[in-house]
Design a protein around this ligand. Sequence first.
Ligand SMILES: Cc1ncc(COP(=O)(O)O)c(C=O)c1O
Length: 288
Amino acid sequence: MPQLAYVDGRIVPLSHASVSVEDRGLQFADSLYEVCSIFNGQLLDWPLHIARLRRGLAALFIDFPMSDAALGLVARRLIAANGHHEAILYIQVTRGHAKRDHPFPKAARATLIMTVRRFDFAQRRGQQQTGISVITLPDLRWRRVDLKTTGLLPNVLAKQDARAEGAFEAWFVSEAGIVHEGSSTNAWIVKNGTIITHPLSEHILPGIARHSLIALARADGLTVEERPFSLAEALEADEALLTSTTAPLLPVVRIDGHPVGSGTPGPVADRLAKLVSGEIARQTGWHG
Ligand SMILES: Cc1ncc(COP(=O)(O)O)c(C=O)c1O
């Protein structure tokens, strides 16, 4: 079966899916995106993704008249049409296409794109057992990274640096030495049983996996502090972790080549991974 995509009202083979060369998403990164996980053919945390998208659209004054219900219908139709059980749904909304000019065009209509790709979540199990490494880099991004825009060049370059050094992720560190987040993940440390992650601010993306993990951990009796932590603190932590939609919970065992704690995944990461798996099973019936 060919891969299918949704572009502006039509489901078409991915190989035929296209937008205008004058789309503002292409020319200015004047667009927002979402990445949602699908387990057992079911979307995980869909309302949270839609709420984040709506917040971003409002912040950027992108007029997107489709209702949440219609968006959900399109997404589910595309997921069913592609027939994947474990997959990633990618959604992008741009300000539309118009003659290239910086101010908002008067007559443009928002472009909506969706794709679905099979994704092997089971591959994460091995990484959960061994843990992964991160490197650190200066945070060179703009001051509104709380908006999930497609302006991801610093993130792309950072991820490439990580890969070149054999690491899974790069953590962005501020001039003051604060760990903001990863290039496509949120960052966490654990010290004396307390789980610590950067508070919501313009320096981090409000990750959906972050949001869910905080709720799950607190409901399980764990202490979570949303406060800035420094790279020095991370290097002295008992454990470190990262979260995202495509990497729901991975233990970080090395930072810039230095072992974190024992240098192996710790008990808190293990407990949190079980909570995350339980939540995925509760919402979607997926047991891996
Ligand atoms: C910069 C950044 N931080 C954090 C995340 C994690 O967000 P989520 O949990 O919604 O996938 C992402 C995901 O793409 C990201 O790009």
